[in-house]
Design a protein around this ligand. Structure first.
Ligand code: PHE
Length: 345
């Protein structure tokens, strides 16, 4: 009997030691220490022993059981530790691996120009105004001193929606709308960026939809010199301190007198190149003193108030600033072009 116990003990310990998983270990426990196991069987056979041998054998059985239990316990701790180590090894994070770059978008060149112009004029006390892109004939033309049948309407081929509604051909209607809101009381100082539409055939320099930024100042004693000074600051801030400006007489029905502003060519510095077509000057915007009829129609007394207005094209400004050669590139949104305007602020 003692021999049998020793054998069982060795067998069990051997199996405990070779168990490779917690489940296998548990199977060994059930097999050797369970109620139906061989050791329990040995206990059952103790009835045949003499009264002296019985306690000895009982003690031996307990010793064997405790030994096997202790071995199982030790093995269990080892297997659990091993499982944790395997899990950790499987989930190792390689901290030396370079991170994936996060792609950051950037502003469209037109948006950049519009925001730059806005910031500049806001710093001079202007407010940003907006108006509808679907405009009435009244605000787009009539209120700007272009009555029906006026020959100057031919200057702007328009997209009409009905007899009285069209896609605005310029941002100047916002002048009339803003003045009306002020109910004849100055000062008015606004800048108004927005989309405009004309029936042009698209090519490298024409687009049926483009952007304008309008400026309007109305107050007492506003003079041509205020316009010139303002445009001079604008040209230098936008294109560089060394830029000169030049005003040429022009015509717009809503301003009198009207001018066009050129800046000295940035490429050749004024000596003449193909960007400025050999003239040394580049046309940037149209401007003038607000026509008394326009003031009057919007409810301002032209004897009390005067003002100036200007209108510019951000497409052209961005072309000059960034060397973009085809206006269509603004709208086709080729990501390779747009990426070149990434700024990391
Ligand atoms: N609205 C004019 C245009 O589209 C530009 C302009 C605005 C001229 C304001 C004078 C004053 O060409």
């Amino acid at each position: 009997m003692e021999q049998r116990l020793k054998e069982l003990e060795q067998e069990a310990i051997q199996k405990v030691q070779t168990a490779s998983s917690l489940k296998e270990l548990n199977d060994v426990r059930v097999a050797y220490l369970g109620k139906k196991g061989p050791i329990t069987e040995v206990l059952r056979g103790m009835g045949k022993l003499s009264a002296e041998e019985r306690p000895k054998m009982g003690a031996l059985v307990n010793e064997v059981r405790e030994h096997i239990s202790a071995e199982i316990e030790t093995k269990q701790v080892a297997l659990e530790e091993q499982a944790i180590q395997e899990k950790l090894a499987g989930e190792t994070i390689d901290v030396t691996l370079p991170g994936r770059p996060v792609k950051v978008g950037n502003h469209h060149p037109l948006t950049r120009v519009v925001e730059e112009v806005e910031d500049l004029f806001i710093s001079m006390g202007y407010e940003v105004a907006e108006g509808p892109e679907v405009e009435t004939d009244y605000y787009n033309f009539e209120a700007l001193n272009l009555p029906k049948g006026h020959p100057a309407r031919d200057m702007q081929d328009s997209f009409y929606i009905t007899e009285e509604m069209l896609l605005r051909t310029h941002t100047s209607p916002v002048q009339a709308r803003t003045m009306e809101k002020h109910k004849g009381k100055g000062p008015v100082k606004i800048i108004c960026p927005g989309k405009v539409y004309r029936r042009d055939s698209d090519d490298a320099t024409h687009s049926h939809q483009f952007t304008q930024i309008e400026g309007l100042v109305i107050d007492r004693n506003i003079q041509m010199s205020d316009l010139k000074g303002t445009l001079n600051v604008f040209a230098k801030k936008m294109f560089g301190e060394e830029r000169e400006i030049r005003l040429r007489p022009s015509f717009f029905p809503f301003t009198e007198p009207s001018v066009e502003m050129d800046i000295s060519c940035k490429i050749c510095g004024g000596s003449g190149c193909n960007v400025c077509k050999g003239t040394g000057w580049i046309e940037i915007l149209g401007a003038g003193m607000v026509h008394p009829n326009v003031l009057e129609m919007a409810g301002f007394d032209p004897n009390e108030y005067t003002g100036f207005a200007f209108g510019m094209g951000p497409e052209r400004i961005a072309m000059l600033k960034y060397g973009i050669e085809d206006i269509r590139q603004y709208y086709t949104n080729d990501i390779r072009l747009l990426r070149q305007f990434a700024v990391h602020e």
